[in-house]
Every structure is written in structure tokens, then in C-alpha cells.
Ligand binder design. Sequence first.
Ligand code: NAP
Length: 514
Amino acid sequence: MSLIAVSIFVAEPDQVDPALEAARAAVDAGADLIEWRVDELADADTVPAMAVLVDSSPRPCILTVRSEDEGGAFDGDPEDVADILDALREGGVVPRYVDLEHGFWSDSDELRAAWARWDGLDTGLILSMHDVEGRPDDLLQRVEAMVAVEEASVRKFVWRARSVRDNLEAFHVLHQVAGPAIALCMGDMGIPSRVLAGTEGAFLTFASTDLGVTAPGQCDLDTLLHRFRYRSLSEATRVLGIIGMPLGHSLSPVVHNAGFESVGYDGVFLPLPVAAGWESFKATALTLMEELPIRLRGLCVTLPHKEHALRFVLEQGGEVTDIARRSGAANTIVIDKDGKLVADNTDAPAIVETLGIETAGSRVAVLGAGGAARAAVAGLLSAGARVDVFNRSPERAQALVEAMDDPMCTIGDPDEVSGYDAVINTTSVGMEGGPDPEGNPIEALGLRTWMLEEAQVVYECVYAPRRTPLVELAESLGTPVVTGEAMFLAQARRQFTAWTGREAPVDAWRQLID
Ligand code: NAP
């Protein structure tokens, strides 16, 4: 069984008590091991403080002094670590594991000699390497060199993921090393390596406590245990995830993982941040499919890759639903166990379903001409509405209208904005972290507020924050509003069913994200 170690910084002796308290809480919550990160505390003079940590540790512990070069705060040299080891041994402080960096180990006869003096004590050596910049060029040589160190009980390889593909290489490293090993990636792109570590045979994964992360990308214990269900994942667990950039605001991992648990679907849903560009998308999707055959069963695709998702599935000879083709974009890829792909766009029907008015024969103003706009327009046209498109960049609006190739879809005239039954905002104006978080799209596009007053409904696609400036404006005018959460839940529900074949627990989801 793969273990979970919570990692806790202790920089000063007066942090020992709160650190122990956090460790006890983590053990109550399900942690198996405690890593004491004593980079700043460790010194031959602070043995008593380290003794308290080790002796009072509520579970077996790892004592770690991480150097500045490898992402820690220890500014000494390997000989200082040797002195600390001697002082600990002489003080009878015997943690279950000591983490020593391979760089220090190979540079210092003294450090190796100090470790040799631990022979016979019930302590294992975790020999580690960390590259905070990215994958080291000589990773495979490092693996080989560390495997050759016979004194090591566990070998640990950590580097900053530059792409989601690095996670898959971490799994290769785990498979390559005989005996207990840890291979993890740092940063937002490294979360899959941390969540799937157990399914790939890792000795352990790390989690953070309320006292904060000790490495970028570390999940907190609650997220690891309850959102990602670390303990119940196995080699057979299906892997799904959201591809996009940025993903910080995405609620998809929250709802889909909760949904999988609630319907008993053996799957895990991961954030898969992928940088802009067709090549990045294609390389990631292909590598995931190759490296996780049978297990990779679905992708949710968001900004800026929805068009890429459609193109990818077409290129791979997969099936594309009519609405995805008409939208020119896919937000959902379903992958069967033979690797056959289906691309769909669940945004389009979600908007129609939640608009709250009879769409057939209605007149709708769509603000924006990006991916969400295309889905909205395609869905509305298919449902019999007449649609006018308003966008900041006229050429993009023109391209959208031409792509729809439908007389019911035209460019809107900002001087003639009367008579719309619905106004739908698909721009990212008002979005947290977006181009204009305080703005509202009516103003941004030079439109008149009265188009909101006349409408039966103002529909907001942006869901972070829940109450955007547009929502507040429409409410102040007394017009009924549908917020982005409704669209989010409706499109996610369809995705969930496409992947799992089950009904999504939408009411539970609503409570979860409220
Ligand atoms: P996109 O393809 O990048 O399109 C962005 C749109 O916003 C474009 O029309 C762009 O105009 C416009 N825009 C951006 N900044 C602007 C500004 N300062 N002033 C005026 N217009 C501006 O993005 P998308 O995929 O369509 O997503 C748009 C929004 O919908 C995002 O906030 C996204 O989170 C949300 N969304 C929500 C859901 C949901 O489930 N609720 C689903 C999908 C999308 P230009 O063409 O001139 O650049």
C-alpha cells in the first residue's frame, strides 16, 4: 500500500508544539507518516527540539534537511549535515527515516561516514534528488546512480513539471526502480504524479497540513483523501481530467470527483494544465492516451483548447457530434477502452436548457464571439432562435457568423438593440482573473443598458465570481438573471453521463459549489 506522509516545516524550537498538533490532526485524518522539514531548525545545538519532534511524532517520521539548491532552506554544506547526523545519533534521536540528498551524499565522504555510523539503528535512508527548475537533463543517469547506492532504503526523485507529460515520466521512473521509490513532480502541472503515485507503485506521496505546503503542487491531506480518494485508487481506476490553462478557478475536479464517488464509478478526475497552442494540446492528449491506455476515459476541455479538441478527434478518426461540429469546438472527449474517441460540446445544449425561455422563435443577443459564444449560437440556432452577435473584435464576430452559415444568425447593430428576448454574455468581461474583472460587457461593447431592461432574461456564462457586475446590473434593473453556475452544472451533468453512463448528482453538486 502506498503511504501518505504529511510534510511539516519546523523552523524554530517554538514551532515544535504547533507542528506536533498539526501532525496529530493529520494522523487523525488519515496520514501514515510525518515528514519533519527541519531545514532551518537543524543544527547540532537543536537536537533537543528535534528529539521532541521525533519522539512525540504521532506516526513514524522522516527527518529531512532540504538544501537551498534543492528547494529547501538549509544553507549549510554536506559536512554540516554529517555533524547533525552525529549529534542526533549521539542524542539517541532515531527517526524511522532520514532524507539525505544524493548531491550531498556523492560529494561528501564525511556524510557517508556519518551515515555508516547509523548502521544497526532502526532508520532507513531516503536518498533524494530535487530539481526546482524542471526535469534534469541527466535524469536517467541520476536514477541509475541513485539505484547504485546500496545504503538507500527508498529512492526519491522530484522535479518541477514543465508539462503534464512529466508526470508520465515520473511513473516510468517508479516502474524502473526496483524497491521502494518515490517519483513526484512539483508545480500545478505535477498534481497527477501526486494523486496517482499509489496506482503506479510509489512508496508514498506527500500532503500538506494547515501549516502550509512544503513543495509547490502538494495537495492538502483533505483534498488528497476526499476529493481524489487516494486510498481507493488502483491500477484499474479510470483517469479523466480537465485540459486548459489556467485551471485555478475550475470547479470540474470538485464536481466530477464527488460525482464519481456518489455513483460508485471507479474513476479519478485530475487537473491537467496545458499551455496554449495546438502542438501542446496534441502532444499532451496523444501522450496521455499512449501512456494510460484503457485507463484514460475522458477529457473535459476548456480555454484555450476547445477548437483543438475538435481538431484532435477529427485527426484521430474519431466521431464528432453535430453540435460540436456546428460549434467548431468541443468541451468533452469520451474515450472508450479501445481508444475510440467521441468529441461533443455540452455547453451548447446546456445554455438552451437553462436559458429559461422558449427558444424557438425567440430573438437573442449573444455578447462575445469566442468559444462559449460559438457554442451558444450553435445551440440557439439548432433550437430555432434568431441570434445577433456583438463582439469587441468585428472580424471574430464576422468569422462566427460565417461559420454558422445560417440566415438566422447575423452581426448585431449596437444602435439597434431593442427587442431581444434574451441577452447572453459569453465574453470573459467580469470574470475573476480575466481581462476586465470589474467590468460589464454592455459597457465594454458600447451597448445600451436598456437592452437588459427589455429582455425576459439576462444570461451570464461567467461563473467565477457567482455575482458578476453584469448580474448585479441586470438585477438592479429588475430583469430575471441566470448565473453561470446554471450553465456550468448543466454542461457538467451531460459530460458526467457521457463518461460514466450514469445520472449526475446535480443537487449534491449544487450544494457542494454553493
Ligand atoms: P474566449 O474564447 O477567449 O472568448 C472571450 C470573449 O470575450 C471574446 O469574445 C473576447 O472578445 C471577449 N473579451 C475578452 N476581453 C474583453 C474585453 N475587455 N472587452 C470586451 N470583450 C472582451 O473565451 P470563452 O471560452 O468563450 O469563455 C468566455 C467566458 O465564458 C469565460 O469567462 C468562461 O469562464 C465562461 N464560460 C463559462 C462556462 C460555464 O459553464 N458557465 C462554460 C464556458 C465558458 P475578442 O474576440 O474581441 O477578443
